[in-house]
Ligand binder design. Structure first.
Ligand code: C2E
Ligand code: MG
Ligand code: MG
Ligand code: MG
Length: 283
């Protein structure tokens, strides 16, 4: 039934050790083509959904909000992870309609479950293709109007790699978004090699430290790198979110360094929208 999972397993383990390179390549192309073909109808067939991972304020323990993460459940292929379909969506530009759907869905869900005066936030991942789309700031503004969500409660997450190629346009777009009043977060910080000199020119409010650096906490030789990184970001007056928080040791360390917010399996996995109300309205 779950052809995709089987295909993936075969790919990863190698059906047998003698599989030829070109056969693997053919398999990969077939697999990618399959994703592309099915992705074209995923949106209108209602196969896409969002899950929401809670983020907490580290000093007080209060819920800050959620990051929306896309999920694709195909009737034959099963669940396909974003790391497999987002790149295909970007190459085919299907990320434009899909990303717009996610933005609207995320704003509507938060406003429905936590209407004002709640100040809980919703973070939405934005691909570079979307950022460079001329219509994007208008789409964001429309999503806010349609949902009634206050601009300050929407956070857009961008990665370094989505900004690098076309810095001029990216900068202009980020400034229009800033003027709408939404928050801007730089995702996966530390994974790329951008110079802080140019990142500082961009109007980001927050920096999300890549989970690989969080996982280094507890590693005797590496944790100081994470510590220095946090101090450095704080000195530049950015808010900091740690992602991929899994252990109490990491939590203690992040609190000691006054990291602002964190999300990760220690606090909770991404949840369906119907599971959020107990977090939003604790008894
Ligand atoms: P990301 O934005 O950096 O999201 C964080 C990823 O870490 C998510 O993976 C999340 O499920 C996972 N995660 C959360 N807590 C933990 C933890 O404690 N340990 C570990 N090991 N992982 C944790 P996910 O959901 O598979 O998403 C992967 C990536 O796909 C995202 O990375 C983001 O770059 C992209 N993505 C997801 N949804 C969207 C979307 O709606 N639009 C766009 N453009 N990209 C998306
Ligand atoms: Mg993210
Ligand atoms: Mg990230
Ligand atoms: Mg990422």
């Amino acid at each position: 039934p779950h052809a995709y999972a089987a295909l993936k397993h075969a790919q990863e383990t190698g059906v047998n050790q003698t599989v030829q390179y070109h056969e693997k390549l053919t398999e990969q192309i077939r697999h990618r083509t399959l994703i592309e073909v099915y992705l074209r109808s995923a949106l209108k067939e209602n196969q896409l959904s969002l899950q929401y991972q809670p983020q907490y304020e580290l000093q007080t323990g209060a819920l800050r909000g959620f990051e929306a993460l896309m999920r694709w459940n195909h009737p034959d292929l099963g669940c396909i992870p974003p790391s497999d379909f987002i790149p295909v969506a970007e190459e085919t530009r299907l990320i434009l309609p899909i990303g717009q759907w996610a933005l609207r869905q995320a704003c509507e869900t938060l406003q429905r479950l936590a209407p004002s005066p709640s100040t809980l936030t919703i973070s939405v991942n934005i691909s570079g293709i979307q950022l460079l789309d001329e219509q994007f700031p208008t789409q964001v503004s429309n999503a806010l109007t349609a949902s009634g969500l206050h601009a300050e409660r929407l956070e857009l997450e961008l990665t370094e790699s989505s900004l690098l190629d076309t810095l001029d346009i990216a900068e202009r777009q980020l400034k229009s978004l800033q003027s709408l009043g939404v928050r801007l977060a730089l995702d996966d910080f530390g994974r790329g090699f951008s110079s802080m000199n140019y990142l500082r020119k961009l109007p980001f409010h927050l920096i999300k430290i890549d989970k690989s650096f969080i996982h280094d906490i507890g590693n005797a030789t590496e944790h100081e790198v994470t510590g220095s990184m946090i101090q450095f970001i704080k000195q530049m007056k950015y808010g900091i979110v740690a992602e991929g928080l899994e252990t109490y040791e990491q939590l203690t360390y992040l609190r000691k360094l006054h990291c602002d917010f964190a999300q990760g399996y220690l606090f909770g996995k991404p949840l369906q929208d119907n599971q959020l109300s107990t977090l939003i309205n604790p008894v």
